[in-house]
Ligand binder design. Structure first.
Ligand code: SAM
Length: 286
């Protein structure tokens, strides 16, 4: 196990709050996250934000390869030292939101798994980036803020139900695995944490006709929670559809005109976006 305090002192590293730098120091939690990955030598693990490598090393002991993407250049010398004895770790010094994920995954014959203690300031964009990219990812095991874990696993018509819930549950099966105490990090975060596992399902993925339209539809539906679907979808600049057509599609699904996004189940979102995709394709053929 990496001695975080010793490394931070030796490299004179001061952690940056705005980059979400709360490092895991609890060997038991690191083991539990690694176990939740059910990692084998056939797996490629993508780790977002390795920090100084505490989780990275644990993942690399099980995986065929770990690609660890760290934004903070000042951590790289320490990270190179802690991961140096592993020839299956590739370090990438970049913003994960700007990296060519397909290029990193391309050609890997086995499963791809995203496992990370996420930087909390950018959790939703990172999760959505992996989902919207429709990459061949088998699962994600993510440490997130407890409230985010609740949003990911929420049910319709609750306050936690939103674009993140639908985006995740349309493609995968999420589960909150365990909570993590604030004492397991240096420095102590100001929020509670939980680890969620999302198993991505090919069967669910195949139900969606057009992934871009599906995600745009979900984003538009929740962009203003109080708006009806008729207004939000009918006025979205990213969906090629007018209010009249939305009205027609809602009636096909037996939904009232006043229906709002938060009232739709995940399945209903998929059905609605598929109807929009069909209409859009018909429009383009004309
Ligand atoms: N994996 C380490 C651990 O568990 O101890 C560190 C986790 S810490 C919560 C999040 C890490 O993500 C930090 O090292 C931070 O610098 C990095 N990070 C923040 N924003 C990032 C981004 N956009 N792309 C890649 N890494 C990022």
């Amino acid at each position: 196990m990496i001695n975080t305090n010793e490394i931070l002192t030796r490299y004179s590293l001061r952690l940056t709050k705005t980059l979400g730098q709360n490092f895991l120091t609890d060997a038991n939690i690191i083991r539990k996250i690694t176990d939740a990955g059910e990692i084998s030598e056939k797996d490629l693990v993508i780790e977002v934000g390795p920090g100084i490598g505490a989780l990275t090393v644990s993942l690399a002991k099980k995986a065929g390869k770990v690609i660890a993407i760290e934004i903070d250049r000042k951590l790289m010398p320490a990270l190179e030292e802690t991961t140096g004895s592993f020839d299956n770790i590739e370090l990438v010094n970049a913003d994960v939101l700007k990296v060519d994920i397909s290029g990193l995954i391309d050609g890997w014959p086995g499963n791809v798994k995203v496992i990370s203690n996420l930087p909390y300031y950018v959790t939703t964009p990172i999760i959505m980036m992996f989902l919207e990219g429709n990459y061949p990812i088998e699962r994600m095991v993510l440490m997130v803020q407890k409230e985010v874990a609740q949003r990911i696993t929420a049910a319709p018509k609750t306050k936690d139900y939103g674009a993140l819930t639908v985006g995740v549950q349309a493609l995968g099966i999420p589960k909150i695995l365990f909570n993590v105490s604030r004492n397991c990090f240096i420095p102590k975060p100001e929020v509670d944490s939980a680890v969620v596992r999302i198993i991505i399902s090919d069967e669910l993925k195949k139900k969606i006709i057009d992934h871009r339209i599906f995600h745009e539809c979900v984003k538009a539906a929740f962009s203003q929670r109080r708006k009806t679907l008729l207004n939000s979808l009918g006025s979205s600049p990213f969906l090629d559809i007018d209010r009249e057509t939305v009205r027609e599609l809602l009636s096909v699904l037996n939904l009232k005109e006043q229906t709002r996004g938060e009232e739709l189940s995940v399945d209903q979102f998929v059905l609605l976006s598929n109807l929009i995709a069909e209409k859009t394709a018909q429009g383009e053929m004309r």
